[in-house]
Design a protein around this ligand. Structure first.
Ligand code: GLA
Length: 343
């Protein structure tokens, strides 16, 4: 006898990274927070035994997703947005058959992790059962399979483990997550600058350059400025210097927030931007202009590019109301699902 379908509503927020970019894939430190924008799936599901169908309509996409389980190769699924859902289904042992409707207010291609939110909300809808860390690791594998981008764990772990009103200090080696409360009387503002995609960007090349540095001096998360200085190739040395100094800035930033030292926190954000611009070369002229403009605005403590780079958004820490052109964002709880047990 066929099981009755169960109704559910699953949702996952986006994220913005306050500091610690291009450190996660070397097991470094990051300090992101979730934002109060969500991707939501409303639908019904039933156990499939692994060979049912996923049927999803998105409010923002012309083409629906009709996916037969099991999924062989997520990277070839059409429409393109369905690859993230397919990646998740391919990574799950027995994904459920679902029918549903997706909405989102996370801008796509803006560096606010719309794809990670889609992966996590899809995993919950498809019946994922496990810890936030396991959910994040599943999402990361799905992203890598769907997009071919060798991304780190930051986005998925932030979205899985989010805590309202807190940023998260994440050690991407141990995967420990420490909520860091945001001081009263500050505003986190995100300003969109330009669309970007990490597939086809130099993201993978940066990951490879870090691997080259690690073959020369060992794990970058343990490296010192002195060991970085011994790297022979000047470009690889600059990339490693960014990672090592950025890990230090994340540590100091968390301490500055705990001490309510917002000026110091702002200086660290500015230094992080300079390092991504000069040593890591993942900023662009338009992003630099946006950061300079924000840094020159009265009441702004600090500003920087956020996320993978090559475009996207900048983030600023400011006195409330100081920035009029941007989204004021609030940290919210991580991805969750509500299941109608009566249904
Ligand atoms: C993207 C990736 C993350 C991380 C950032 C840069 O968002 O998905 O894993 O590497 O870029 O910090």
């Amino acid at each position: 006898m066929a099981t009755k379908p169960t109704s559910f509503i699953a949702r996952a927020p986006g994220r913005v990274n306050l500091i610690g970019d291009h450190t996660d894939y070397t097991g470094g430190l990051v300090l992101p927070m979730t934002i109060d924008r969500w991707t939501v799936i409303r639908g019904t599901r039933r156990p499939s035994g692994g060979d049912g169908r996923v049927s999803l309509v998105s409010a923002d996409e012309p083409e629906p997703l009709r996916l037969d389980l099991p999924v062989a190769d997520p990277a070839t699924v059409e429409p393109h947005w369905g690859r993230y859902v397919a990646g998740v289904a391919a990574e799950m042992r027995e994904p459920m058959a679902i029918e549903g409707h997706i909405t989102t207010d996370i801008p796509v291609g803006a560096g606010l992790s719309s794809s990670a939110a889609l992966e996590l909300v899809a995993a919950l809808a498809l019946g994922f059962d496990g810890t936030p860390t396991e959910l994040a690791l599943l999402g990361q594998r799905a992203e890598q399979r769907a997009s071919g981008v060798p991304c780190g764990i930051m986005d998925q772990l932030c979205i899985a483990a989010g805590v309202a009103d807190h940023a998260l200090l994440i050690d991407c080696h141990s995967l420990s997550v420490q909520p860091v409360s945001l001081p009263d009387g500050i505003e986190v503002v995100v300003r969109f600058v330009v669309h970007r995609t990490l597939a086809g960007s130099e993201y993978a090349e940066r990951v490879e350059q870090c691997a080259i540095a690690e073959r020369e001096i060992g794990p970058l998360r343990l490296a010192t400025p002195d060991s970085v200085a011994t790297i022979g190739d000047a470009r690889i040395r600059r990339r490693a210097r960014h990672v090592v100094t950025e890990n230090g800035r994340v540590r100091e930033f968390a301490a500055a927030l705990a001490d309510d030292d917002l000026n110091r926190a702002g200086e660290l954000m500015a230094a992080s931007h300079a390092s991504l611009r000069d040593d890591y070369e993942t900023s662009t002229a338009a992003m630099d202009v946006a950061v300079e403009q924000l840094m020159g605005t009265p009441g702004v403590y600090g500003a920087r590019i956020t996320g993978g780079g090559f475009g996207g958004c900048v983030v600023a820490l400011a006195e409330p109301g100081a920035i009029t052109d941007g989204w004021s964002v609030r940290a919210v709880d991580g991805a969750s699902i509500m299941i109608d047990t009566e249904g």
